[in-house]
Design a protein around this ligand. Structure first.
Ligand code: SF4
Ligand code: SF4
Length: 299
């Protein structure tokens, strides 16, 4: 299953970044596929990107609300909200585990041999601040002299944007190098911090800062595809806690919003077959069975 997940990560990353003509054209892809929402965090301005970024689109949506209202245009971005809403309702943070290129990069970096550390749980709440303030409130409320807002998360924070768009564009278009200012260096430092952090801590950006992960986590309980715990079989051995890349204690909190459905607990850790996949309320693959008590153990 882990091999399959890796392949899905690779194939998804390739499909949403399939414009490999960019080294020759030296431009970003602007074709018809760009109306498709990338499920994970994948910068719109990545030269190879064939899709748009949900977080970037949400910020643009909020940034355009005030100018639109002032011009008497009353609209809501149902397309963007609907796209990530449907993805969230079906898969929730499974997308983080299976289809996010920046999550995949962090996983690869975390394989570098080094001491590994956990993460203080309160840090996970930072990403909700990022979602509410940087993606919704700041683009909506802070406007420039022309009355328009800005994509604050993209502009000041997003390390995926720096890695996928900022650096490649500077390599492709040397003339842009003269425009580099503190904004770019600030983002370069943020990106470097997260990439180095990922050597020691599993998926630090996903766990602390990603607004898309925060959005998908709102669907943790209601999503159609999720892992379930068969309480009758669980011995509370804690093996599932030890393999979890997101610091989830699955046997204690199966609906934890941090779970990215990587399925390591189900496939690698649980010897009791107490964790199973549920799709739309139907147990998938293995209907849960009551655990057979060991010899001498009370039923
Ligand atoms: S590994 Fe399985 S049996 Fe052990 S605590 Fe987790 S769910 Fe329960
Ligand atoms: S709880 Fe299980 S499926 Fe969820 S992230 Fe942790 S190991 Fe992966």
């Amino acid at each position: 299953m882990e091999l399959m997940r890796k392949w899905v990560q690779v194939i998804t990353g390739f499909l949403i970044n399939a414009y490999w003509a960019f080294p020759f054209t030296r431009t970003i892809y602007q074709g018809p596929l760009k109306v498709i929402c990338a499920p994970g965090l994948n910068c719109y301005s990545c030269p190879a990107s064939t899709s748009y970024c949900a977080i970037g689109a949400l910020q643009q949506l909020m940034a355009g609300v005030r100018p639109a209202l002032e011009n008497g245009q009353y609209f809501l971005g149902f397309y963007v909200l609907g796209s990530i809403g449907v993805l969230g309702a079906f898969f929730g943070r499974l997308i983080c585990g299976w289809a996010c290129p920046f999550g995949f990069v962090q996983e690869l970096i975390h394989k570098i041999p080094s001491p590994k550390f956990g993460l203080p749980r309160p840090l996970k709440y930072v990403k909700y601040f990022m979602l509410v303030f940087f993606v919704f409130l700041l683009p909506l409320l802070v406007v420039d002299q022309f009355g328009g807002g800005h994509p604050w998360f993209c502009k000041y924070v997003c390390p995926a944007g720096t890695a996928e768009a900022g650096i490649p564009m500077l390599l492709m278009q040397p003339s842009l190098r003269t425009t580099i200012g503190w904004l770019f260096y600030n983002k370069l430092i943020i990106m470097t911090v997260f990439l180095v952090w990922a050597v020691f801590v599993s998926r630090p950006f996903c766990r602390t800062t990603c607004p898309l992960g925060a959005f998908y986590s709102l669907f943790a309980k209601a999503r159609l595809v999720k892992l379930r715990l068969d309480e009758a079989r669980c011995t509370k051995c804690g093996a599932c806690h030890r393999v979890c890349p997101m610091g989830v204690k699955f046997s204690e909190e199966p609906d934890d919003v941090e779970c990215i459905s990587c399925m390591a607990c189900m496939n690698e850790a649980c010897k009791e077959n107490a964790i199973y996949l549920e799709v739309g309320g139907v147990a998938f693959g293995r209907p849960p069975q009551p655990r057979v008590p060991a010899k001498g153990e009370a039923p």
